[in-house]
Design a protein around this ligand. Sequence first.
Ligand SMILES: Nc1ncnc2c1ncn2[C@@H]1O[C@H](COP(=O)(O)OP(=O)(O)OP(=O)(O)O)[C@@H](O)[C@H]1O
Ligand SMILES: [Mg+2]
Length: 613
Amino acid sequence: MKLFFRLLKYVFNYKRHIILIVLCNILYSVFSVFSLALIVPFLSVIFGITPAVHSAPTTSFSVDSMIQWFYYYMDVVINKFGSVYALVYIAIVMIVMTFIYNLFRYLGQFFLAPIRAGVLNNIRKDIYRAFTILPLSFYSRYKKGDLLNRMGSDVQEVEWSIISSLQTFARDPLLILVYLIALFKINYQLTLITLVLLPFLGYLTTIIGRAIQKNSKSAQKLLGKLSSLYDEAIGGLKIIKGYNAIDYANRKFQQTSKEHYKINTKIFRINELGGPLIETLSIITMVFVLMIGTSLISKGEQLNGTHFVLFIVVFARMIPSAKKIVTVIYTLKKGLPSAQRIFEILDADEVIVEDPNPIAISEIKNEIVFKDLYFDYTPVASPQDCKVLKGINLRIKKGQTIALVGASGSGKSTIVDLIPRFYDPSFGSIEIDGIDIRKLKIMDLRALFGIVTQDVTLFNDTVFNNITFGKKDIPREKVIQAAKMAHADSFIMQMEHGYDTLIGDRGMNLSGGERQRISIARALLIDPEVYIFDEATSALDNESEAIIQSAINEIFQEKTAIIVAHRLTTIQNADQILFIEEGNVSESGTHQELLELKGKYYQYYAHQNLFHS
Ligand SMILES: Nc1ncnc2c1ncn2[C@@H]1O[C@H](COP(=O)(O)OP(=O)(O)OP(=O)(O)O)[C@@H](O)[C@H]1O
Ligand SMILES: [Mg+2]
């Protein structure tokens, strides 16, 4: 239920609408009772037992006086035209009433519409926002397909189940309340009988509801798994085909899909219990009401025939509403696990949080310093448990070019990812000019860097937009200039629409090296304080790399740069080279110094020289 109330918070953003909806629904319920109540005079006319009201009642604004007015005019009509016209008179009033209550019913829906659409919209916005601010570590724990599913089918499920039930929740309980009041007014004994069965109904509803919620939870989980499989299949199609694993992949999918099928069948079956259940209970109640009502009438007290008929009619009208509420409770239970999956994302607590009083920063004056930094991708209790980075100390002076080299998996990418706070250190700190970067404004901090990541990310957009990426009002010449420096202009110009060519999903229409060059252009364009290049030219051939490198080196002369590279030829001019080994800086110095040291770097270098020469 807590979940439900959390969802309601989204609904309560629309306070004015809610007031209007409640108002419309009250009016709808009241008018619909009135229109039903017209059965009484109708029957009275037919059976010739119309109460005669010969003089106009004293005007007062109450239900009773309205009834008196109604009967007064009916009396006038009967006396003037006969009782057949009285029926016409009643029919006209009935039509007017029906029109009025349906109008309010529609208005209730009318004001609900923006809430239905708006709540979903806001949930989606919140999820997207959460996706963008969540730390990258979050994504190593969840599968991409599953996350996408939360945004897609879980939101959809919330729409179907929870949002669509708003309609019922906004109306039917009110309707039942008004009907119950009417029933009490007609005859309280009979009304009490109808309430006896309520606890049973409540009990059964709860049990069934729980079963639905439990199964639905498993169903959504499996659906997430299926999405991951889709995603993997599309991403890994070459591997699946190349390794003749089509059958294997299909079997894996079918297994999960079958589990999902079984659970879904179960949910549908349980879900359908609601209707028959409430209908049976209602009919049983109705039988009791009929029996007791008849005996009350035969005693000639408290109840007359027309009121009894009215009671039955109002009660019968209540059944569909009760049925709807029960069904909606089930649907709601079905949707709650999805809501939970959504909130799991919104609540993920290891968000990279900004300091409540963040310090602004627009440039680096002196240096970036790593102080006793330990890091692990999973939460750990002590520095000794950190397996990825183990006590890094380093100092990057403004204007220097720092190169990180070392074996694959030694922690180079992790080191550079910590600087823009893609992750926060487990222990120790990173300081810029003596200030812990966790105290800085995150936007400011990240704006200092021009990042080229190891796995290049391009977006399904034009080349131009992929280079400017969200930066507005950038003159075309500047973009072209950046592309030229990144050695990308020539291949971009060969594309069908030049800079306006769409590059397809994640830049799949481009080669690895082309993608790298676009992402280098993106970094060069913003002219940042610090360049962070993680294997930025690894996909290029030696010749292109050398050309880009010389262009970049010129820029790096004035800027601070942190480069990760496997190919040592690209970093020989660096002011400082750090050799990273299993999460530690094992050697540091200039190229020359490290060669003279004849340590790991020297071996590494000798090895590469052998291969390249
Ligand atoms: N998102 C992640 N979640 C968990 N562990 C990770 C994650 N990314 C990297 N690792 C682990 O952290 C260690 C360091 O990885 P890192 O990517 O920093 O290495 P690297 O030096 O950049 O290697 P390469 O030269 O292959 O790019 C590795 O053991 C790797 O398995
Ligand atoms: Mg790496």
